[in-house]
Design a protein around this ligand. Structure first.
Ligand code: SAH
Length: 196
């Protein structure tokens, strides 16, 4: 089925709003648990805001204005459908991961009161399933929008946060949970399950 550019914009908008709704629900939940330790708070906040530029604000400009239309990449239809499928799966996975991590989630690096080390659900196999999910999201965004500014903005802003955060997060978890986390590292992969 041929979908006009505005059709893709509407589809992307609906997915983006569902993503935002899930985030808001869990952000409200997360606020209920007390923070006992934050790491590099200002830097983390700036990076999280930068990601929101690439995955939320710029996509909204793409959806609601024609300003970015000249950066269209003319991806073939199958690529845009693949983007849709990836975004849809990523959304379901997002809901699942958020519900497993529950009140231990925070948008920046933090340890909460009574922080539990989660090793169940996707965490049984992967240490950073939410980051896997966001990688899927930015890849799906690129394919669906077929626009190099919006596509690259998602991938670049997310890469900046991911590559500067993930090792710090693991060190923070080791500081908090000690050998329990060190053992957990032995049996899990960072973004994908370990098969050996
Ligand atoms: N990196 C994880 C979580 C992202 S949210 C993922 O991709 O799924 C970031 C917060 O989650 C961090 O501040 C840390 O306190 C917490 N966290 C990370 N891994 C955790 C785990 N296995 N159990 C509990 N909390 C965890």
């Amino acid at each position: 089925m041929i979908i006009e550019e505005n059709g893709w914009k509407i589809i992307f908008f609906v997915l983006l709003m569902l993503f935002t709704l899930i985030r808001i629900i869990f952000a409200v939940k997360s606020k209920q648990s007390k923070v006992i330790q934050s790491q590099n708070l200002l830097e983390e906040k700036i990076k999280a805001f930068t990601v929101s530029l690439g995955t939320f604000f710029l996509p909204l400009v793409y959806i609601f204005t024609p300003w970015l239309d000249s950066f269209e990449m003319n991806f073939p239809l199958w690529a845009r459908y693949t983007g849709f499928a990836i975004l849809f799966l990523s959304l379901l996975f997002f809901l699942y991961v958020h519900s497993v991590l529950d009140k231990n989630w925070s948008p920046v690096l933090q340890i909460k009161e009574n922080h539990e080390l989660i090793t169940s659900g996707p965490y049984k196999y992967i240490r950073h399933p939410m980051y896997t999910q966001i990688w899927m999201w930015v890849a799906g965004q690129f394919l669906l929008v077929s626009n190099w500014i919006v596509g690259l903005a998602g991938i670049i802003t997310w890469s900046l946060l991911y590559f500067t955060r993930v090792n710090k997060e693991e060190n923070m978890m080791i500081e908090q949970f000690g050998d329990k986390y060190r053992e957990y590292i032995q049996t899990t992969g960072k973004l994908f399950p370990r098969f050996f």
